[in-house]
Design a protein around this ligand. Sequence first.
Ligand code: KMH
Ligand code: ZN
Length: 275
Amino acid sequence: MTPPMVITAAIVGAETTRAQTPHLPITAEEIGIEAQACREAGAAMVHLHVRKPDGSPSQAPELFRAAIREIRKRCDILVQTSTGGAVGMSVDERCGPLTLTGADRPDMATLTTGTVNFSDEVFWNPRPLVRDIAKRIRALGIKPEIECFDVGMIDEAVQLAKEGLVDLPAHYDFVLGVPGALSARSDALDFMVASLPKGSTWTVAGVGRFQLAFAELAAERGGNGRVGLEDNIYLSKGVLAKGSFELVAESARRAKAKGREIATPQQARELLRLG
Ligand code: KMH
Ligand code: ZN
């Protein structure tokens, strides 16, 4: 039987600006309110970045702590913190949220396993840096989501498992449609899925106009979907989403139309083997 679909809401990101959409949450309270709305719309997890008060991206632990507290006081949604941050950040900066422990500890953290062109910039992930982040995620006792912008990043996760830095079966997120990287094509998604080690779980994050269509494809193929303002600000052509929650609601509606149940945070915890 096909398991319930885990919807992840990428509610902040590092690149989306308030000039592009007034609906982007920036303060801890705005992030908490948006996370709750996404939970009510069907999301089981938030993929979390944070911003300084001026809206610029940050990986500061105190900003993550404040946002996580605002989220957790409102709802039971799982919190996956970014270790990607924004292009150009140092590894220590990127790993800021991995210093949070106790009640503030994230449920998951991202781990990108290779370097990729990221629009006109480079998202820099050389192998020693990937191993450094993998060790810090492991030391915190949480599970990584392997961020794959191309298929070689799946193979690198297998290599990390051989080195004892990642456990298999792992959970992967395929980011498709970043300008300069692998485009959002259904055959690319199929190749990614076919390249996974047995027992893996996966999510797809389609960028821009591909977002909802790829969450729907994931629903059809038994996978999971990521939507939200980090990757796409439009609900339909020219119509801004009033928040990530509208994108979550639409992908939940489409998934249900394909016969998929929507996972609760507790079900997501079990399906993704978060412990
Ligand atoms: N902002 C991108 C450069 C992640 O969160 O792990 C990287 C990113 C991936 O968003
Ligand atoms: Zn991110």
